[in-house]
Design a protein around this ligand. Structure first.
Ligand SMILES: [Zn+2]
Length: 401
């Protein structure tokens, strides 16, 4: 263990014996009482010294025996300390790639804010390198999204689409003007390669079966498919149990979600069945929209496309990193001009063969509670936020060190 007080959090003294770590309510914490000697000792926790050396330094500073271990233990418990050597062999392999790590340093610092255990952040970053993700759709949203995932360290990001790059596919962070006229999939893959901080990791045995897809992102250029995801096209993903995330822009609205965990959360067909229940005209409208001739260039605000790509990539990364899937069972939507995001639930539907409704029902009967309480659904309700705040009031955590 080479303790490192998380550099992502700025430190400041609130008074003579209370230290605040972090500035913003999301991650700020206070620690106290803390004497000045211990406070200056924090500067030594910078990842360059192991515990033995730190104990020696503490003796030199006349700090009592056991003080260092107690301090590190308490900082660790508060999620404020990282381990500059932790994270296991994949993390060590990543540390040895100095240039790659330099590229990813802000991402690593950000991950350190949500991984309480020492060494957890680089462990997650290293784990991304072994993942395979596919993005279906190489328009303004799909290519930027794929580049974001690649740039954030996902080892293999494949983009699928047909046709050739059109002038209106070009977007900052996505396809460039030089790509106009090229095959969309090839041009998109080039963007992904350029965004990557590293070459994709070599598989130990090239003849071995490639690892399964951790996630498929469906980002159609066709606005009807964004508004009404095609359940039939997702059947192979449902059958193989592959998690998939829908996203895109339709008219002036950006959509992120649902993230479908097959058999566990509401899928494209669940969404269709619920819409049909609510609006008897829905199937008729959908049939007309789908049969409309491939037409004009659809609306797609550049800033909306960027925001959608960013949010979809964030949800994808959170899922890939093992966070609770924020987008499961939820469709986030925002409309031009000011993009206020709001969430619409996508409940499992009993008529859908995906099995999510039965699963929810089983869990309901086993817990005998609220049918929605056990589902993997996160709604951004005020109630939920209040609950989270109640669990750890902002900046009020205190420890005696
Ligand atoms: Zn379903």
């Amino acid at each position: 263990m080479h303790p490192l007080v998380k550099p992502a959090l700025r430190r400041g003294w609130r008074d003579l014996n209370t230290v605040q770590f972090g500035m913003t309510p999301a991650h700020a914490m206070t620690l106290g009482p803390m004497d000045t000697a211990t406070g200056s000792f924090l500067d030594l926790l910078n990842g360059t010294r192991g515990l033995a050396l730190l104990r020696e330094e503490a003796r030199r500073m006349d700090l009592p025996d056991g003080h260092v271990d107690a301090l590190v233990e308490r900082l660790s418990r508060a999620g404020l300390v990282d381990d500059a050597r932790g994270g296991g062999p994949p993390a060590q392999a990543l540390r040895e790639k100095q240039e790659v790590l330099e590229r990813l340093r802000p991402d690593l610092a950000s991950l350190s804010l949500i991984t309480p255990e020492p060494g957890g952040a680089i462990g997650r970053l290293a784990a991304r390198r072994a993942l395979r993700v596919r993005v279906q759709g190489a328009g303004r949203v799909g290519v930027t999204l794929a580049a974001l995932l690649s740039g954030a360290g996902v080892g293999e990001v494949d983009v699928r689409d047909v046709g050739r790059v059109q002038p209106w596919d070009v977007a900052p962070g996505g396809l460039t003007t030089e790509a106009i006229g090229e095959r969309r999939d090839e041009a998109a893959r080039r963007v992904v390669r350029r965004a990557a901080p590293d070459r994709p990791p070599r598989r130990p045995d090239p003849s071995a079966q490639e690892p399964g897809l951790a996630l498929v992102i469906i980002a159609p250029r066709d606005d009807v498919l964004v508004h009404a995801p095609d359940a039939r096209a997702a059947e192979p993903l449902m059958a193989s149990g592959t998690p998939h995330l829908y996203t895109g822009v339709v008219e002036g609205t950006g959509v992120v979600g649902p993230l479908v965990l097959p058999g566990g959360t509401g899928c494209a067909r669940c969404l269709h069945e619920h819409r049909t229940d609510r609006d008897p005209a829905w199937p008729r409208l959908i049939a007309q929209w789908r049969s409309g001739q491939a037409r004009r260039v659809g609306a797609c605000d550049l800033t909306l496309a960027a925001a959608v790509a960013g949010l979809a990539a964030a949800h994808a990364l959170a899922f890939l990193d093992g966070e609770s899937p924020a987008g499961a069972g939820v469709r986030w939507e925002a409309s031009v001009p000011v993009l206020h995001w709001h969430a619409r639930p996508v409940w499992p539907h009993p008529a859908c063969p995906c099995g999510a409704a039965e699963k929810a029902e089983r869990e309901h009967s086993s817990t005998n509670g609220d049918p929605h309480a056990t589902m993997v659904v996160q709604r951004p309700s005020a109630e939920r936020r209040e609950h989270a705040d109640a669990a750890r009031p902002t900046g009020t955590w205190r420890a005696h060190v």
